[in-house]
Design a protein around this ligand. Structure first.
Ligand code: HMG
Ligand code: MG
Length: 296
C-alpha cells in the first residue's frame, strides 16, 4: 500500500529557526531557502507572520518574503495565526498560508493564547479573506501524539480538530507530533482514525524527532496511505511552547529512507545535504541528521 510519490513540505526556515535564540540574518535565511530550492524542494514554509514579542526570530517575516526568488515550480508558504498575520502575508505576496491549533486545550492556550473553539473563530475570517485572494490555507493540528501539558491525547480529539479544519476549507491538514513522543502503533491509530474523517491525500505528517521515533512513525503511516511529509533540513527546530521539544525529522533522513524504498520526491540528496551543512555552519553546530553526518 506504499505510495509511488511523496510530497515533502520543508519547514526548516520556519519551524527550524523559530526557536533559535540567536537572530539569524535575513540573507542566511534566504540562502537556506535557495539551497532547498536548488535541491528540488517544491514546498517551502518560509516564515510566520506571528507576534514578534512571542517569536522574535520571525520578526523579519516581511523582509524574508521580499527577498524570495520568484520560482513558478516552488510554493512558498507562511504561518498566519489571525487576520493581522494574513494581511501581512498578502502584503508580502505570499500565496499559501497556514493556520494552527491543537488537539489539546492547554497547548492551544500557551501557543496562541486562546481556546480551541476561539482559534476556529479567529480562523474563519482568515479562511474567508484568503479565499477571496485565491490564497490556499493549510491547517496544523499540534499535539496529535501527546501534549507537553496534558500528556496523552485521544485520537478522537485529533480526528475531530482535523475534520473541523478541513471542513472549514483547509486544503491540507498537517498532523503535528509536537513533542515527538509518538510510537508507530499509536501513530497508526491516530492516522487511521483521522483518515476516516479527512481524505488521506489531504493529510500531512509533521513529526518531531525528540525521541528518535519520527522515521518509524512516518513509515507506519506511509503504510496507511500517507503521501505528504513535513521535515526540516539538518533536523533543526523545536516549538517555543513545548519545552524540550527538538527539531522535526530531518529531511535528509526522510529522503534517504524514501529513496531506498523507491518512492519519488524529486529531491537531490547531495544538494540537500549541502543545504543542511550550510545552515548548520550558520547555527554553529553539527547537523542533527544521521544521513547528513554520514554522507560523503
Ligand atoms: P495575542 O496576544 O492573543 O493577540 O496573540 P492579540 O490580538 O491580543 O495581540 C497582542 C499583540 O500582538 C498586539 O501588539 C498585536 O498587534 C500583536 P501590541 O498592541 O501588544 O503591541 N499581534 C501580532 N503581531 C504580528 N503578527 C500577528 C499578530 N497578531 C497579534 N499575526 C498570537 C495571538 C497568535 C498572535 C500570538 O499568540 C502569537 O503570535 N503566538 C506565537 C505562535 C507561534 O508562532 N507558535 C509557534 C508556531 S506553531 C508550531 O510550532 C507548531 C507546528 O510546528 C506544528 C507542531 O509541531 O505541532 C505548526
Ligand atoms: Mg512543528
Amino acid at each position: 500500500n506504499l505510495p509511488n510519490q511523496v510530497k515533502i513540505v520543508e519547514v526548516s526556515a520556519r519551524d527550524g529557526l523559530q526557536n533559535e535564540k540567536q537572530i539569524i540574518d535575513v540573507k542566511d535565511k534566504l540562502a537556506l531557502i535557495n539551497g532547498l530550492r536548488a535541491a528540488g524542494v517544491k514546498h517551502i514554509e518560509v516564515t510566520g507572520f506571528v507576534s514578534p514579542k512571542w517569536v522574535p526570530q520571525l520578526a523579519d517575516a516581511s523582509a524574508v518574503c521580499a527577498g524570495l526568488t520568484p520560482d513558478e515550480q516552488v510554493h512558498y508558504s507562511a504561518l498566519t495565526p489571525n487576520i493581522k498575520g494574513l494581511d501581512a502575508a498578502i502584503e508580502a505576496g505570499i500565496k499559501e498560508v497556514a493556520v494552527f491549533t491543537a488537539a489539546s486545550e492547554s497547548f492551544t492556550q500557551k501557543n496562541i493564547n486562546c481556546s480551541i473553539d476561539e482559534s476556529f473563530e479567529r480562523f474563519l475570517p482568515v479562511l474567508e479573506k484568503a479565499s477571496a485572494h485565491k490564497i490556499k490555507v493549510r491547517g496544523y493540528v499540534s499535539c496529535v501524539l501527546g501534549c507537553p501539558y496534558e500528556g496523552s491525547i485521544e485520537p478522537k480529539m485529533v480526528a475531530e480538530v482535523a475534520q473541523r479544519l478541513f471542513e472549514m476549507g483547509c486544503f491540507e491538514v498537517s498532523l503535528g507530533d509536537t513533542i515527538g513522543t509518538g510510537t508507530p502503533k499509536a501513530a497508526q491509530r491516530m492516522f487511521a482514525l483521522t483518515a476516516e474523517h479527512v481524505p488521506v491525500d489531504n493529510l500531512a505528517l509533521h513529526f518531531h524527532d525528540t525521541y528518535g521515533q519520527a522515521l518509524a512513525n512516518i513509515h507506519a503511516c506511509l503504510e496507511l496511505g500517507a503521501t505528504v511529509i513535513d521535515s526540516s533540513v539538518a533536523g533543526i527546530g523545536g516549538c517555543p511552547y513545548a519545552k524540550g521539544a527538538t527539531g522535526n525529522v530531518s529531511t535528509e533522513n526522510v529522503i534517504y529512507m524514501l529513496n531506498g524504498m523507491g518512492i519519488d520526491t524529486g529531491i537531490d540528496l547531495d544538494k540537500l545535504v549541502a543545504a543542511g551543512r550550510q545552515i548548520s555552519v550558520v547555527l554553529g553546530r553539527n547537523p542533527n541528521s544521521q544521513v547528513n553526518k554520514a554522507w560523503k
